[in-house]
Design a protein around this ligand. Structure first.
Ligand code: FAD
Length: 562
């Protein structure tokens, strides 16, 4: 091997997202000599561009803040949603370990979390909680990273204000209400001033929130423990010795780095969201054909392919992905972006979603994952690619729509860019978006008649805690209002994965299993490389980052003890 270099460590971790960084950090904290290799030039992967919520039932931070929870209730909820069959052992390990993993990071590193407060679980099932199970990383000052701040993958443009300012979910109501209270005005002004000062020195704001705060904190902690991170250095081949994985070959440009890893290798390469062949194989129709991916561009299924070449089992998982409806944006550099419609618009009063026949197909206020599963189902009956969000100009003014912020005065630019369509009548709107006009008119007429009475017998919009949580508490009905006054507005939403749910089968210590169900010695997987413990369901906010951190932690502890 020309230019090859040899290195020996205890644990090699591939992929600097939330899963991999946690594994490397916990390994170092347990006295191991850890090495983290990352395919791209930046840390963070999809974790950096995420909302950064972790679902951690019974977490200490929320219990301390006065939220009530019990493992029994969380277990009951999961049993109702996922069942008691396959993967139960992993879910048990998750419930038992997740709070401890969070406490461990908080006590031993700069990775600190705060309760997300009221943030309901996504299904109305026994054991569901309305508050307390969500955690987010405490906002982080990117300046603490010095020159390494440039190595933190920035959030998607759609999640930043003024071209580079991050805000937390809790900032949004305060920014929107800045002229209503002196306190909120002060808070907003403080954010703006900090951002203005940042921009004199940095290409974006340094007050990191959401997934960027999580990644910033993990990266900072890795630096503090002097864990080497090799950028632009993907893992390319796993090395076996005596029936176990004993290291890997890493590629760095034209060079090969041979790493012996005494305790093993952790695969945390972010899953297969960007690998069309694996999507076609592991996602059920019509998902692979219809859905775009919001995964980081380098998440091309390397971990799965490498492990599969050693006989690892890849576990299928319902539709294979975890989804959000996304509208297509035009970014400042002219490229196409995506805005995930998580929570700000769909549940609000005066919006419905229709398919190409102009018919509704879902309770619009359900979780983003359930919304897209309903899109797939609707598509099996007739075209729903895209689905259309239908509302009025007054709705957009009041609540915003996708990447359009509330209070936006003129929608012309968005109409010109094709981000939405507007018309003086429903029939004209339908023609503009090629939706059946008679179907749309009949749907809106029926919806309006019910909405005026505050009911939705067809799909139950407004009937769940989650609907009302994301609705408008100040409106006569939090989720229902007739769609009556022009201009009428339509916006296309497409299915997109925010995560994959199919992945490597593992045991509760994140050890990768072979086809016979036996662990492959020395090989671990976490994050999206590991099959979702929730078997393709989406219980609550934080469905993937909670397990990514918890099983990264478990993998490192297991390796340390081996
Ligand atoms: C907009 C958005 C919001 C989201 N919000 C949430 C949320 O609030 N809560 C939640 O739970 N989930 C959320 N998700 C999903 C969540 O972000 C992902 O599931 C999670 O970040 C995956 O973490 P990971 O560590 O597996 O992968 P990643 O964070 O993607 O990291 C994988 C890393 O591996 C690297 N890599 C790839 N191949 C190789 C290789 N061969 N060698 C070395 N490195 C490699 C990649 O470059 C990447 O840096 C969101 C997703 C999106 C898109």
């Amino acid at each position: 091997m020309p230019g090859s270099e040899e290195r020996e460590v205890d644990l090699l971790v591939a992929g600097a997202g939330a899963g991999g960084m946690t594994a490397a950090l916990v390994a170092a904290l347990n006295g191991m000599n850890a090495l983290l290799c990352e395919k791209s030039a930046m840390a963070g992967g999809t974790s950096a561009t995420s909302a950064g919520t972790l679902w951690i039932p019974c977490n200490t931070q929320s219990l301390r803040a006065g939220f009530d929870d019990s493992l029994g209730r969380a277990r009951l909820y999961l049993e109702g949603l996922v069942g008691t069959g396959e993967g139960r052992e992993l879910r048990e390990a998750y419930l038992a370990t997740a709070p401890a993993a969070i406490d461990y990071l908080a006590a031993n590193s700069a990775v600190a979390f705060v309760p997300a407060g009221r943030h309901p679980d996504y299904r109305e099932l026994p054991g569901a909680a309305e508050a307390g199970r969500g955690l987010v990383a405490k906002e982080f000052d990117g300046r603490l990273l010095g020159g390494d701040f440039a190595r933190v993958r920035p959030p998607i443009e759609e999640f930043m204000l003024l071209g580079g300012m991050m805000v937390a979910k809790t900032d949004i109501p305060r920014l929107l209400g800045r002229y209503r209270s002196a306190r909120d005005f002060g808070h907003s002004a403080k954010l703006a001033l900090r951002y203005a000062a940042d921009r004199l020195k940095y290409p974006r704001g340094t007050r990191l929130t959401m997934g960027n705060a999580l990644v910033g904190r993990l990266f900072h902690s890795l630096r503090q423990r002097r864990v080497p991170v090799l950028f632009d250095t993907p893992v390319a081949e796993l090395l076996r010795e005596g029936g176990r994985v004993a290291g890997a070959l890493l590629r760095r440009g034209a060079e090969t780095l041979r790493v012996r890893a005494r305790k093993g290798v952790v695969l945390a390469t972010g899953g297969f969201g960007q690998n069309p062949a694996l999507r076609a194989r592991l996602m059920t129709p019509p998902a692979a054909a219809l859905a775009r991916s919001m995964a980081h561009a380098d998440n091309t299924g390397d971990g799965l392919s490498l492990a599969a070449s050693l006989g690892a089992r890849v576990a299928a998982s319902r539709s294979g992905g975890l989804w959000t409806p996304a509208s297509l944006t035009r970014r400042s550099d002219g490229s196409e972006g995506m805005y995930p419609h998580f929570l700000l618009d769909r549940a609000k009063p005066g919006l419905i979603a229709v398919n190409a026949a102009g018919r509704r197909f879902v309770n619009e206020g359900c979780s983003y994952h359930d919304f897209v599963e309903a899109m797939f189902e609707a598509h099996r009956q007739g075209a729903a690619d895209p689905a259309w969000l239908i509302c009025t100009g007054a709705f957009v003014q009041a609540y915003g729509l996708g990447a359009i912020q509330p209070g936006t005065r003129s929608l012309e630019r968005f109409e010109r860019d094709g981000y939405l369509a507007r018309a003086g009548s429903l029939a004209e709107l339908a023609r503009k978006i090629s939706v059946d006009a008679a179907g749309l008119e009949a749907t809106v007429k029926r919806y309006n008649a019910h909405a005026a009475r505050g009911e939705d017998p067809d799909f139950g919009k407004g009937s769940t805690v989650l609907n009302r949580f994301n609705g408008d508490p100040a409106a006569p009905h939090p989720c229902l209002a007739p769609i009556e006054r022009p201009p009428f507005v339509a916006q296309a939403v497409w299915p997109a994965d925010i995560s994959v749910s199919a992945g490597l089968a593992t045991d509760a210590d994140a050890r990768v299993l072979d086809a016979a169900g036996a662990p492959i010695g020395g090989l671990y997987a976490c994050g999206n490389d590991m099959a979702s413990i929730f078997m393709g369901t989406y219980p609550a906010p934080g469905t993937t980052l909670g397990p990514a951190v918890t099983f990264g932690y478990r993998a490192a502890l297991h390796a340390a003890a081996s």
